[in-house]
Design a protein around this ligand. Structure first.
Ligand SMILES: N[C@@H](CCC(=O)N[C@@H](CS)C(=O)NCC(=O)O)C(=O)O
Length: 217
């Protein structure tokens, strides 16, 4: 049985979206980030710093997945595993496709995720202060090159790998999403923006995002 640990307001959104696409049976344990609790030591629920969770993932981060004897951390490893093992055409058909899916996952985490998160957090926490605006401007500049790469590909292809929707689209879109509040940046990349709109209209994304939004902020 597949068990996924991690609230939807976290990188667990990636495997949650994928599991919805697959239609797989799984147990969801909504482990919350300890820093989001007022008093983690007094919390009854499992959180990232609780002993019960550290016994499952000693790194104390979410998401984490168990499937039989396998325990996996790192959201992208989790989605790539689920797609390969259970996802049919959501996963790779060939070794070359597996390599391309790994390529896009690494591109997303190494080039997109951090600056995109900086934009989301600065927009949320610093609002329109000058410090917030400066952080957003620097982060947006860092995204230009990886977004140009995605734009070039998506102007020629409907999806990232194999001209069909796959785990590669989920992994990259979930990193790009953090920067989506930057309207001026997104407007510079029309093919990327149109691809995001198509992906986010998928029922499994809509369901995952509703679940995420139903959780306390
Ligand atoms: N590279 C990891 C990052 C995991 C991560 O940073 N998770 C955050 C939630 S999105 C977390 O658990 N934060 C709590 C903490 O670090 O204490 C992945 O993609 O799974």
């Amino acid at each position: 049985m597949i068990t996924l640990y991690g609230v939807a307001r976290s990188r667990a959104s990636r495997p949650l979206w994928l599991l919805g696409e697959i239609g797989a049976d799984y147990v969801h344990v909504p482990v919350i980030q300890a820093y989001r609790l007022a008093d983690p030591d007094a919390a009854a629920e499992m959180h990232t710093a609780s002993q019960a969770y550290l016994a499952i993932n000693p790194q104390g981060q979410i998401p984490c997945l168990t499937d039989g004897d396998l325990t996996l951390t790192e959201s992208m490893a989790i989605t790539l595993y689920l797609a390969t093992e259970y996802g049919g055409d959501l996963g790779p058909r060939t070794a070359a496709e597996a390599a391309l899916m790994a390529q896009w996952a690494l591109h997303a985490t190494s080039a997109v995720e951090v600056p995109a998160l900086e934009i989301m957090l600065a927009q949320r926490d610093a609002g329109s202060t000058s410090a917030g605006a400066a952080t957003v401007a620097v982060a947006a500049e860092k995204l230009v090159r990886p977004f140009q790469r995605l734009e070039g590909h998506l102007a020629q292809h409907p999806y990232l790998v194999g001209d069909r929707f796959t785990v590669a689209d989920i992994n990259t879109a979930e990193c790009v999403r953090y920067a989506q509040g930057h309207d001026a940046l997104m407007a510079r990349f029309p093919a990327l923006s149109a691809w995001m709109k198509t992906l986010q209209a998928r029922p499994a994304f809509v369901q995952m995002f509703a679940q995420r939004n139903a959780e306390p902020a």
